[in-house]
Design a protein around this ligand. Structure first.
Ligand SMILES: C[S@@+](CC[C@H](N)C(=O)[O-])C[C@H]1O[C@@H](n2cnc3c(N)ncnc32)[C@H](O)[C@@H]1O
Length: 237
């Protein structure tokens, strides 16, 4: 049993054999295109399995509790498809929007999802705060994900307008995230959410520590949010 098998077993990925083949193809494609596109600093395959695949799959436990078979999610600042594309392989019934403001990265995700034959994946090249003002995307999603995109208070202004009431924002952070959480408390409240949990754990087969901050949307986000990019970045909530 190799490292990827063991990771898929740890996370109890249901369609393990199919998922494994898709992950291997995703690793191949990413490392191949990486030479030109600079998608990731991680080029060792085992490190890729832990730091990208296992790290993404660590969100599974939060979405598998969801009481509907089909649900919708958005991955904000998905980059080359992390965590969204990796989660989609493990949860084929989820419909997902992979969002990034960078055209080059969006083109890669489109190529990857076509190469892997995944359906129910929409790639949207725009800033997340623009989507939050667009009635087609606002208050539409059951889940929002974001890894390595921005500080939590800024991320909340991107993510919360996109969630339905009752929806959940899963922010992936390093182990030490207390000051970021403290800094974001006012933003979470203002945008209609509550911090439900901070889950801390080790990634499997490694000593890498991570946190997931679980933020639930309780009320509609006031219509004056998200503000424009300049205001969000210059004067974070
Ligand atoms: C450091 S990368 C992380 C990519 C991926 N989530 C990962 O963990 O590998 C941050 C990504 O967020 C995107 N980004 C930053 N701000 C954004 C925004 N407001 N809306 C959409 N994408 C954004 C950038 O273009 C970049 O691809």
């Amino acid at each position: 049993m190799d490292l990827l098998d063991r990771v898929l077993e740890v996370y109890n990925v249901k369609n393990g054999a199919v998922a494994k083949q898709l992950y291997l193809r995703f690793i191949d494609l990413t490392l191949e295109k990486n030479k030109l596109l600079n998608l990731t600093a991680i080029v060792d395959r085992d490190e890729f399995v832990i730091k990208h695949i296992a790290d993404s799959l660590s969100l599974l436990k939060f979405i598998q509790d969801h009481n509907q078979n089909t649900f919708s999610a958005i991955d904000i600042g998905s980059g080359f498809g992390v965590p969204g594309l990796i989660l989609k392989i493990a949860v084929p019934s989820m419909s997902i929007v992979l969002n990034d403001s960078n055209r080059k990265k969006c083109n890669f995700i489109i190529e990857a999802k076509d190469y892997l034959g995944l359906s129910g994946v929409e790639v949207v090249c725009a800033r997340a705060e623009q989507l939050g003002k667009n009635t087609h995307y606002r208050e539409r999603f059951d889940f929002a994900f974001a890894r390595a995109v921005d500080r939590l208070n800024i991320l909340c202004e991107y993510a919360l307008p996109l969630l339905k009431e009752g929806g959940v924002f899963l922010a992936q952070k390093g182990y030490e995230c207390d000051s970021e959480v403290d800094e974001a408390k006012g933003a979470v409240e203002l945008l209609g959410g509550t911090i439900e949990n901070i889950e801390r754990f080790f990634l499997p087969e490694s000593e890498y520590k991570r946190s997931v901050i679980v933020i639930r949307k309780l009320r509609q986000t006031p219509m004056n949010f998200p503000r424009n990019t300049k205001q969000i970045l210059k004067k974070p909530l």
